[in-house]
Design a binder for this molecule. Sequence first.
Ligand SMILES: [Zn+2]
Length: 161
Amino acid sequence: MHTTEKNINKHKVSPFAEIGECQTTGNKSLYATVEFKPGQVISNFSHKQILDRPNYLTVQISDHQHIMLDPEFLQYINHSCNPNVFFDTQKRVVIALQNIEIGEEFTFFYPSTEWSMDRGFDCICQSENCLGYIQGASHLPLNVLAKYKLSDYIQSKLKVE
Ligand SMILES: [Zn+2]
């Protein structure tokens, strides 16, 4: 869920990131304030809380465990079908998948951690390979998922399906 580049108020929340809030929609996104190379660790994360049901801010780590992220600002990393970061829920790190420039928005592929989301949405990432309606890995064909880096949890779900 990208915001448009104009009318965005940014404020720094960490040595490597700032939150951008769209003045028109109120949508928040997270932007890089330093460069990252593919494979580089951007941040460790932990959980503030573990919920048994997903919401639009949680990251799934098992069938009935959905975490509220700590640091909290990581929850503003929006979805893209051409993501530049990955949430490794096993190692509890966010890593760069691509070169990330200063000022670039961090994005991740929601189905890389979410099996079935509580509510889907129409993606507007505008990447060439945009998948359109996003509602979790269980709703996508295997040949599409095979193009993405997926969490250990999602990979284990695909093996038993
Ligand atoms: Zn998309």
